[in-house]
Design a protein around this ligand. Structure first.
Ligand SMILES: *Cc1c(COP(=O)(O)O)cnc(C)c1O
Length: 376
């Protein structure tokens, strides 16, 4: 069976995890955590990066940092993972879904302004497939209405918008190091990027169970106390050790993924010319990270037929999000502003192909051959 995904394994993970084990300190904020955070800050030009247990936890931190109250509204796409919405609903906020663009399935920047009310506090920019939202338009709207921007960059580590790393543009950015993402911290993991310096001190407190323990460890205060709301949003150093092995060769992983992505792209281009499918696009200004190769079929029926066809060839290809506004909790905690012209239609015909660091050329060729034989 060719799986849809396999967690990246690059070689040094066991050695680094062994070294973390011998250090006598496995909890959060150990040596590997520091190395990863410094690397991420330097690489993405962000003043403060904090490793977390997941992108879900990072989004929750962001929602606490924004001081949301019951009745506040947060704008986001409906075509996203549940955590994007849950993090804000947990604070009592109402989620306002806005339709996505046909080409990228990201928030349609031209439909956001109409959804802004006096209760709107934030916009969550989800960079689907590691392809950037129009961050110029979104930041300009935030500026005009005094809103905060949270980037859900779970899929977008190493992607850029007009040369700027995704996750580093909004007030807060959230990364995922889940095993389905480009880089993993041994299965689960995340990072919060604090780009607005005014939020740094509180972010550290929220992550340390609401205490100023980080300041205590830096010798800035002589005892630490309970200061604010908080939770435990630290990643174990054992996981950071796993992640460090991957960040060390982040460019090599990125290039390998881009190579696989381009190979699909070239092999399937003839099908586009025959009008049989739609391939992913990158609007001007976007440099993606090959997080995903998603094709779009004629409709849901053709997609099911292709999934079955590939399964018979022992290949796993999978569809993606059921739009949140159509789900029971989405209806309870949110509302869709405007017409759903693109979200549902496109989500029903999207199919993701196997794409992961350790996918062999042979296996990818098998996937390509099987796809071509379905269409010809
Ligand atoms: C994967 C993903 C998340 C959640 O990441 P975890 O690290 O599993 O919590 C959130 N948002 C998006 C867009 C994702 O793709």
């Amino acid at each position: 069976m060719i799986p849809f995904n396999a967690p990246a394994v690059v070689g040094n993970e066991s050695e680094y995890m062994q070294s973390a084990m011998s250090s006598g300190k496995l909890c959060g904020d150990g040596d590997f955590t520091r190395r990863c955070q410094q690397w991420l800050e330097h690489r993405f030009g962000c003043p403060k990066v904090l490793l977390t247990p997941s992108c879900t936890a990072s989004l929750e931190m962001a929602a606490i940092l924004l001081d949301l109250k019951s009745g506040d509204e947060v704008i986001m796409p409906s075509f996203t993972f549940v955590s994007t919405a849950n993090a804000f609903v947990l604070r009592g906020a109402t989620v306002v879904f806005v339709d996505v663009r046909q080409d990228t399935l990201n928030l349609d920047e031209n439909k956001i302004e109409a959804a802004i009310t006096s209760r709107t506090k934030a916009i969550v920019a989800v960079h689907y497939a590691g392809v950037s939202c129009d961050m110029d338009a979104i930041m300009a709207l935030a500026d005009k209405y005094g809103l905060k921007v949270v980037e859900d960059a779970a899929q977008a580590v190493m992607s850029t918008w007009k040369g700027k790393p995704l996750g580093s543009i909004g007030h807060i950015g959230c990364f995922s190091f889940h095993e389905t993402k480009n880089y993993t911290a041994g299965g689960e993991g995340g990072a919060t990027l604090i780009n607005d310096r005014l939020l740094i001190e509180r972010a550290e407190i929220i992550r340390e169970k609401g205490t100023n323990r980080s300041q205590f460890f830096r010798g800035q205060v002589d005892k630490y106390t309970w200061r604010d709301l908080g939770s435990s949003y630290l990643m174990s150093d054992l996981q950071a050790a796993y992640l460090w092995a991957q960040l060390e060769i982040a460019d090599r992983i990125n290039q390998q993924r881009l190579r696989l992505w381009l190979r699909y792209y070239h092999a399937l281009t003839p099908l586009v010319e025959r009008g049989r499918l739609v391939l992913p696009v990158q609007p001007e200004g976007c440099q993606h990270n090959a997080h995903m190769f998603a094709i779009r079929l004629r409709d849901a029926e053709e997609r099911s037929a292709l999934i079955d066809w590939l399964k018979d060839a022992e290949i796993l290809a999978v569809f993606h999000y059921i739009p949140l506004h159509t789900s029971p909790a989405g209806q309870r905690f949110g509302r869709f502003h405007g017409e759903d012209e693109v979200t549902t239609r496109e989500s029903e015909r999207l199919l993701r192909l196997p794409l992961f660091y350790n996918l062999s050329d042979n296996n990818q060729q098998t996937v390509i051959n099987s796809l071509l034989s379905f269409f010809y």
